[in-house]
Design a protein around this ligand. Structure first.
Ligand SMILES: NC(=O)C1=CN([C@@H]2O[C@H](COP(=O)(O)OP(=O)(O)OC[C@H]3O[C@@H](n4cnc5c(N)ncnc54)[C@H](OP(=O)(O)O)[C@@H]3O)[C@@H](O)[C@H]2O)C=CC1
Ligand SMILES: Nc1nc(=O)c2c([nH]1)NC[C@@H]1CN(c3ccc(C(=O)N[C@@H](CCC(=O)O)C(=O)O)cc3)C=[N+]21
Length: 292
């Protein structure tokens, strides 16, 4: 079998076209969706994200403001930025890039972002809604992955989904979304025993580990759908995923490439959520007027 590649670049482009239309409608009502991105220090995956986000926003007509802060910034200084944009009515979305430096408690920052502006969907209130199958804001990477399943008619019902990685950004919300769509979900991590035995049972395998080309052909059941979330540099400085793409393409039915797979979809979903939040603002105003 040779895996069919799930083209994230193409799907993201389709989504952008729809979003452009929605942004135009908002602009006719006098509203420009605005996203504030806060980057502390110099994480390499975050750099890629910030650059590509900026490009996508420009194409769609979303306004972005990038705030770049030094590695040494204090927690209180960062909190002051979050507070400022929470209170700024022209801002619809706030995203603080993770990871944050050690002197800052990331949880405290995540809690500080107003849930209604939490485009990442990381606030405990939003995570709670997601786990109760009543989502208000969806974490962008797993939400982007769900779009592949929709687009390529990959049903999750009754399927065994195995997720490698339990981060708050990817693994955990991915598990919730797949569970909400009737998959049977196994979450694995660095303390999991006999990992390969579990991954080989997966109808759908999600690799969100952060280790270059970790998942090999022998870890994959023939015909499985394999989603590669990883963004790593190999010894030669090349961008590679968590899946050994060359080997795994020989056994999987579908595979997301790196680059051009999950990454562009993460960005497309971030744009979508920003537009959605801006639309909610307009609806609220309309609502107030009609209740007048
Ligand atoms: N394409 C995209 O849009 C995005 C890509 N990424 C990329 O995805 C990858 C994962 O990111 P993120 O979730 O933030 O990473 P984290 O480092 O936060 O989490 C990694 C997870 O993988 C687990 N893990 C690490 N090593 C092993 C191992 N040998 N066996 C089993 N499990 C292991 C860890 O287990 P434990 O909990 O026990 O430590 C942890 O749960 C990175 O390469 C990142 O750059 C991230 C976000 C978006
Ligand atoms: N609060 C927060 N939310 C995040 O969602 C978040 C974060 N912090 N910190 C960093 C990780 C990483 N991440 C990426 C998203 C897209 C690409 C991306 O665009 N990838 C392109 C790369 C192509 C190129 O080389 O330019 C691709 O895969 O095709 C990369 C990385 C989001 N993350």
């Amino acid at each position: 079998m040779v895996a069919k590649l799930l083209d994230g670049k193409k799907l993201a482009m389709e989504i952008r076209t729809h979003l452009k239309q929605r942004v135009q409608e908002l602009k006719q009502k006098g509203v420009t969706p605005k996203l504030v991105v806060i980057l502390v220090g110099n994480d390499s995956a975050s750099r890629i994200y910030v650059r590509n986000k900026h490009r996508a926003a420009q194409k769609i007509g979303i306004e972005t403001k990038d705030i770049e802060l030094p590695q040494e910034i204090t927690e209180n200084e960062l909190l002051a930025y979050v507070k400022k944009y929470n209170e700024d009515d022209s801002v619809h979305g706030i995203l603080v890039q993770l990871p944050l430096p050690a002197q800052i408690n990331a949880e405290k920052i995540t809690h500080a972002i107003a849930p209604a502006k939490d485009v990442d969907g990381f606030h405990p209130v939003n995570i709670g809604h997601l786990f109760m199958n009543d989502p208000h804001a969806l974490p962008c990477t797993p939400h982007g992955i769900m779009q592949f399943f929709k687009k390529y008619n990959i049903s999750l019902m009754g399927k065994h989904a195995v997720i490698v990685g339990r981060s708050n950004i990817v693994g955990r919300p991915m598990a919730a979304m797949m569970l909400n769509n009737d998959a049977t979900v196994t979450i694995t991590h660095s303390k999991t025993k006999n990992l390969s035995e579990l991954t080989r049972q997966a109808d759908i395998l999600i690799a969100a580990i952060g280790q270059a080309e970790f998942i090999k052909k022998t870890d994959v059941k023939p015909g499985a759908v394999v989603i590669d979330v990883g963004m790593n540099r190999n010894d030669k400085g090349k961008l590679v995923g968590d899946v050994d793409q060359k080997e795994v393409a020989e056994v999987a039915s579908y595979l997301t490439p790196v680059p051009g797979g999950v990454g562009p979809m993460t960005i497309a979903m971030l744009m979508e959520q920003t537009v959605k939040f801006a639309e909610r603002g307009v609806q609220n105003v309309d609502g107030e007027v009609s209740n007048g």
